[in-house]
Design a protein around this ligand. Structure first.
Ligand code: ADP
Ligand code: MG
Length: 273
């Protein structure tokens, strides 16, 4: 449809931009984070020197000019500030950098969306292995229920489909505030394999649901969301000639459904005459 074409064009443009931006940002992230490490080490050493000298200074008479001079100097150098606040400042900066790094990693995934090898793969296996990767984050809040059907192999780029499953599972986990259920279903019908990833989380109001495939649309706080997970997933499913749809209700949860053709128009698969 017209709006899908528009979406594709937007995605291609954003993809090109993303590749450039990700590349440019990676370098400074590298040196800023290594400089932060060095600064931290220098401050620690300075404080060690202070701590080494402190007992000797304390043994001097209270009115000794040398003691007064040293104490004056420490005061002027704001030694207590260094001890308390500098590690906090450096820690905060490191956290900021980690966020930027995450955004860049997402942008990179996004711009590499067309790499990978087409092969016949087992979708249930992909779901399971992706779940394994993020199980450590999910296990505290989500119980996972599986209802997986017998599936024929799907012609696909498994690494990309796993990225889609990952994005949906991460979102499902984030949608569950403290405890809930994630249900994985799959099946085969009408020459299509379908997968559902459902969560019992907060759901979405219609005005959010309308925008979820827009690049950079997010309702999450800075640092938690980049708004790229679903547009990337949308793009990948498109490449596989499939569809992705969503059903969501505020307060009840969300169900994403992916449908992939088993034998069809994907590159490398010619339907037998
Ligand atoms: P991000 O997760 O970085 O915000 P996404 O593209 O993955 O970006 O998702 C976009 C938005 O869609 C989210 O910010 C959220 O508002 C909504 N969303 C996606 N998945 C879910 C879900 N399972 N439950 C509720 N809201 C969701
Ligand atoms: Mg996401």
């Amino acid at each position: 449809t017209q709006s899908q074409l528009l979406q594709s064009e937007k995605m291609a443009a954003v993809g090109q931009l993303a590749a450039g931006v990700a590349h440019e940002i990676n370098n400074p992230i590298g040196f800023v984070s290594s400089n932060l490490g060095s600064l931290r080490a220098y401050v620690d050493r300075l404080l060690e020197v202070v701590d080494l000298a402190a007992p000797a200074v304390a043994r001097l008479p209270a009115d000794d000019p040398a003691r007064l001079a040293v104490e004056e100097a420490w005061h002027a150098a704001e030694v207590d500030f260094m001890r308390e606040d500098i590690p906090a400042l450096i820690g905060e900066s490191a956290e900021g950098l980690a966020r930027v790094r995450k955004i860049v990693a997402d942008l990179k995934d996004f711009s590499h969306v067309d790499e990978g090898v087409w092969q016949d793969a087992d979708i249930n296996g992909g779901l399971e292995s992706t779940l394994n990767v993020i199980w450590n984050e999910l296990k505290y809040k989500a119980q996972v229920v599986r209802d997986l059907g017998d599936l024929p192999a799907v012609r696909c780029i498994p690494a990309q489909l796993n990225q889609v499953f990952m994005n949906l599972l991460v979102n499902a986990g984030q949608a569950i505030e403290s405890a809930g259920t994630i249900t994985l279903r799959s099946g085969y019908e009408d020459r299509h394999v379908w997968v559902e990833i459902e969560d019992s989380g907060g759901g979405m109001p219609p005005e959010v649901q309308k925008r979820i495939f827009e690049p950079f649309f997010t309702t999450k706080p800075v640092g938690q969301g980049t708004g790229l997970g679903l547009p990337i997933s949308w793009e990948i499913v498109q490449r596989h000639e499939g569809t992705i749809s969503v059903d969501s209700e505020p307060g009840r949860g969300t169900c994403f459904r992916i449908r992939l053709p088993v034998a069809g128009a994907q590159p490398g698969t010619e339907a037998a005459p």
